[in-house]
Design a protein around this ligand. Structure first.
Ligand SMILES: NC(=O)c1ccc[n+]([C@@H]2O[C@H](COP(=O)([O-])OP(=O)(O)OC[C@H]3O[C@@H](n4cnc5c(N)ncnc54)[C@H](OP(=O)(O)O)[C@@H]3O)[C@@H](O)[C@H]2O)c1
Length: 337
């Protein structure tokens, strides 16, 4: 039987929370391989909250996925055929191939991976886009100084878990905010944060005051809404707020009322939005610092791996329900490594 290319395509634009019916699983023909192309088989697919934005046609910083197109996403793949002399079958690469088993395009769009340097899945996690996001937001925008207190929301997730550990390595107090007792325990006991507040069960403002006895100098914002409102009550004069994400609002059908911004004024605080793709120039500095920290296990990471491409829609929805414990990945094929 001819090999086919299993794909997950966007079927309809969701209203509110995405549903499995917004996706279509299709067996498409294998991609054509032209001169200069590299054909590869996806091993890992990254699932990330920004994908909700790509499913919508509301104006944003990137174009939406067209209805009927393959869903986008970062991937780790194995080269199976190459018409580019710089790649050979068996090479491991990272690219942006989306929710499909196979892809073919020019090799210059790929970055070769060394499986001896780090587990290949890390190229789309702690040593990839989420790790770089943590690094740019904390180091470049937050500018942490030893002795300061750094608060981060979605603290158990792909970005937040790295933010707190980098803050600790820089001599800061790290305080997480997460959505379950298990996640909070992991953030403190496994990742080494000083404290973690459960935003679902704790009385947020008193819990943050207790966790931040000297107030918050940096708030790395991942969620927005009531959590942002509460953290603004404990910020210090001159606080910095790298605005990384607002996941609590991604499925909203109406604009959020928004928190009261008066504390930003009173405390001369700075809030700055950023998009990691504008900071690709920081990738070498990030890898130079964080690569050895991961290798020496001074930065720990957890991956939440679901099996098989067809599991991707439910897993993406799970990101908005807090079902992931660490970086959400799909194992599309076994690499044997
Ligand atoms: N600016 C950029 O360039 C950039 C790049 C990458 C990521 N981001 C943003 O960074 C944030 C974290 O991304 P990630 O990849 O690290 O995801 P993640 O934290 O691994 O997974 C998402 C987590 O968000 C939390 N969450 C979901 N719905 C929530 C809600 N309504 N209120 C509060 N928390 C909620 C859940 O954790 P709990 O169980 O703790 O609720 C969930 O596990 C997202 O906002 C994402 O869009 C931005």
């Amino acid at each position: 039987m001819e090999p086919m290319n299993r794909q997950i395509r966007l079927k309809s634009r969701p209203v509110g929370m995405p549903a499995p019916a917004d996706f279509d699983a299709v067996d498409a023909p294998m991609p054509a391989v032209r001169d200069g192309d590299v054909l590869r088989r996806t091993i890992y697919l990254s699932l990330d909250p920004y994908m909700r934005g790509r499913m919508s046609d509301a104006p944003s910083y990137a174009a939406p996925v067209a209805v009927g197109d393959v869903m986008c996403g970062h991937t780790v793949s194995e080269v199976v055929d190459s018409r580019d002399p710089t790649f050979r079958p068996g090479d491991l690469v990272t690219g942006y191939d989306g929710w499909q088993q196979y892809a073919a395009s020019p090799g210059k769009q790929l970055r070769r991976l060394d499986p001896a340097a780090a587990p290949i899945s890390t190229a789309i996690g702690v040593l990839g886009m989420p790790g770089l996001t943590a690094f740019v937001g904390l180091v470049d925008i937050g500018q942490p100084k030893a002795g300061e207190t750094v608060v981060v929301s979605a603290a158990c997730g792909a970005v937040g878990s790295i933010v707190g550990q980098l803050a600790k390595i820089r001599g800061c107090r790290a305080v997480g905010i997460a959505g379950s007792g298990d996640k909070c325990r992991s953030v403190v006991e496994e990742l080494g944060f000083d404290a973690c507040v459960n935003y679902k069960t704790d009385d947020l403002v008193p819990a943050l005051q207790a966790a931040c006895p000297s107030g918050a100098d940096i708030y790395f914002e991942n969620v927005g809404g009531a959590v942002l409102e509460a953290v603004l009550r404990v910020i210090n004069r001159g606080a910095r707020i790298p605005l990384c994400g607002l996941i609590s609002e991604y499925n909203a059908t109406e604009n959020a009322a928004g928190p009261n911004l008066r504390p930003l004024l009173v405390h001369r605080a700075m809030i700055k939005g950023f998009i990691v793709s504008d900071h690709a120039d920081r990738f070498p500095a990030f890898l130079e610092e964080v690569g050895p920290l991961v290798r020496d296990k001074r930065i720990k990471y957890r991956e939440h791996i679901v099996e098989g491409l067809d599991a991707a829609p439910a897993a993406l929805i799970g990101l908005f329900e807090g079902r992931n414990f660490g970086k959400m990945l799909v194992r599309v094929a076994d690499s044997g490594r």
